[in-house]
Ligand binder design. Structure first.
Ligand code: PXL
Length: 274
């Protein structure tokens, strides 16, 4: 059984963060471990504002010691890190353990929640985590920030940003165009230092897509643990997240999540016993 670790924030509502990652790992048939960096809570009495409580670095370190007590971990995904201290701790442990399949989802900005901007993470990501990434999956806003190119509006802009991010030491960059690109298709741009590939898929117009980014990166991580090539991993992750978005679930009056179980639909097979 392949073992996969997520180092990320907790989304108390179960759509994004470690919850998305562990649910996704399960769907890929890999064994999920987690180390929580921060806890995100939402306030329904105040316009669903998000609050990020960052956990102390000692607690992150202890979790990582627990995770690495046994045999090899085959792949690691990092998501929301909370602050630079946690980024340093994670980066140090990843280096020590020599894990090669590292997927960095550089969470700096969350879709639709301007409150979750983590500027304190930007420098740390660039210095410590991104240089260790086999794959990084910035969205359009994050790619603009990490590359220093600002607002990205076109596929050519995405290409320029991917080149700069690759120079930070990321082996394979996937810039997610998403709904912000104002195209009629969902477009992601892949760059490995010598060639670009544009991935296109249907763009689902839905408000129930919270957690899509985390789910996509988690799917890539699980697929790499299963020894898919990077391009195969990105392809299967796109299919997986497209199904999850298509079957998004209304959670409450404020938010709807992707359905992480959509691709496999285990609940349908369970009906066979009835
Ligand atoms: O979607 C980005 C994201 C990542 N991680 C956690 C989050 C969010 C957005 O809400 O809560 C824990």
């Amino acid at each position: 059984m392949k073992k996969v670790l997520t180092i990320a924030g907790s989304d108390s509502t179960g759509g994004a963060g470690i919850q998305a990652d562990l649910k996704t790992f399960e769907e890929f048939g890999v064994f999920g471990f987690s180390s929580v960096t921060s806890v995100v809570t939402m306030d329904p009495t105040n316009g669903w504002t998000h609050e990020v409580t960052v956990l102390p670095e000692e607690l992150l370190r202890k979790q990582l010691v627990s995770v690495f007590a046994g045999e090899a971990i085959h792949a690691i995904k990092t998501g929301m890190m909370g602050n630079e201290r946690n980024i340093q701790v994670a980066s140090e442990v990843i280096k020590q353990q020599g894990v090669k399949n590292i997927v960095v989802d550089p969470v700096i900005a969350c879709k639709g929640t301007a409150q979750i901007l983590q500027p304190e993470s930007v420098e740390g990501l660039k210095r410590y985590l991104l240089p260790q990434a086999r794959v990084a999956t910035p969205n359009l806003v994050e790619a603009g920030i990490l590359s220093g190119l600002g607002d990205l509006k076109t596929i050519d802009d995405m290409k320029e940003a991917a080149k700069v991010i690759h120079r930070l030491g990321v082996a394979n960059v996937v810039v997610k165009g998403g709904h912000r690109l104002h195209e009629t298709r969902a477009i992601d741009l892949f760059y490995n230092g010598y060639e670009f590939e544009v991935f296109e898929g249907p763009l689902y117009v839905t408000e129930y897509n919270h957690g899509a980014g985390c789910t996509f990166a988690a799917a890539i991580t699980a697929a790499l643990a299963k020894e898919y090539t990077v391009l195969e991993a990105v392809r299967v992750a796109k299919l997986f997240v497209a199904a999850a978005i298509q079957q998004g679930v209304r959670i409450n009056p404020y938010v709807g999540h992707v359905w992480h179980g959509a691709y496999n639909s285990a609940q349908e097979r369970m009906k066979e016993v009835l």
